[in-house]
Design a protein around this ligand. Structure first.
Ligand SMILES: Nc1ncnc2c1ncn2[C@@H]1O[C@H](COP(=O)(O)OP(=O)(O)OP(=O)(O)O)[C@@H](O)[C@H]1O
Ligand SMILES: [Mg+2]
Length: 283
């Protein structure tokens, strides 16, 4: 059975995408797990990181992105979404991780579609619920994977609810500052409510501190505060602010995870985070 994990935070730019891609690559490359990343964010950042802009343009022109799935949902006569052609295998710029990593690419076209989906009357077509489009489309293939990560946009709108609908867990990446951590209690209570509505557990797997600056008093104080917070458990691993991690956003073929993420402790950090995730889902 696949473990499905959404990466969410109401705040933008807190490292959701970077954490998702890194952890997926480490689980595939270091732990031999079969991993699928679903990029459900219309910003298409995970897609660009994993397959590059050029490949994305080609897929988008042919309707082989998640946007097609949602387009079909709005028009019951349209059945153009092709799951097999949309899932990209060997979706990593890191040779050592690619063979076990797949990607379901996103599209900028989702921006225009999301409001229409949100206002779609529930049950109009074959009891198709607007929050259940993604789960239904993927249920036949999901168990080919050990882990499925869903990179969400910085909101709890209809798109993110589609991700949560099929998730067992969620991870909250956050910069340890006042404004980035502000929304965490709201996220936890909103997801709890949604989980009760659908009658399926969606547990907070943990908060992961990202872009951490050791010299910052605010960061050190917020990290301490997060350690004792009651909303969600904190991961022990803290991801530092680091130039090479920022550079990893550029799609560029390399052989190893160390080459991509860095030789100055970054590799060890992400491996430790992947290890914590494996241990937490196992209990
Ligand atoms: N540990 C890090 N050190 C330095 N830069 C980082 C680190 N993690 C992420 N970044 C950079 O910070 C920016 C924001 O990261 P990212 O895109 O992962 O955040 P996000 O939460 O997914 O953003 P959005 O809400 O827009 O989806 C990116 O430019 C990314 O390359
Ligand atoms: Mg992102």
């Amino acid at each position: 059975m696949a473990t499905v994990i959404s990466t969410i935070n109401l705040k933008g730019g807190v490292g959701k995408t970077t954490t998702t891609v890194a952890v997926a690559e480490f689980l595939a490359g270091e732990y031999n797990k079969n991993v699928l990343v679903i990029d459900i964010d219309p910003q298409t950042n995970a897609t660009a990181m994993m397959i590059g802009e050029k490949k994305w343009q080609e897929l988008n022109a042919n309707g082989h992105t998640l946007a097609q799935l949602f387009r079909d949902a709005l028009d019951p006569d349209n059945r153009s979404f092709d799951l097999d052609k949309t899932i990209q295998r060997s979706a990593s710029s890191v040779v050592a991780a690619a063979s076990r990593l797949s990607l379901m690419p996103s599209s900028l076209d989702l921006i225009a579609l999301q409001d229409k989906i949100a206002s779609m009357p529930a049950g109009q077509f074959y009891a198709l619920t607007p929050t259940d489009i993604l789960r239904r489309a993927l249920r036949g293939v999901i168990d080919e994977y050990d882990f499925v990560f869903i990179d969400c946009p910085p909101s709890l709108g209809i798109i993110t609810l589609n991700a949560l609908r099929m998730s067992n867990y969620y991870i909250i990446p956050t910069i340890p500052d006042i404004l980035s951590t502000y929304g965490i209690p709201q996220i936890v209570s909103r997801v709890k409510k949604f989980s009760e509505e659908i009658g399926e557990p969606i547990e907070p797997l943990g908060i992961v501190v990202t872009l951490f600056r050791t010299q910052s008093t605010v960061h050190t104080n917020q990290l301490r505060r997060l350690r004792s917070n009651k909303d969600a458990p904190l991961f022990d691993t803290v991801i530092p602010l680091n130039n090479q991690i920022a550079d990893a956003a550029e799609y560029k073929t390399v052989s190893t995870l160390r080459q991509k993420w860095g030789y100055a402790g970054q590799f060890e950090k992400y491996r430790a985070l992947a290890d914590e995730i494996i241990r937490r889902v196992a209990v």
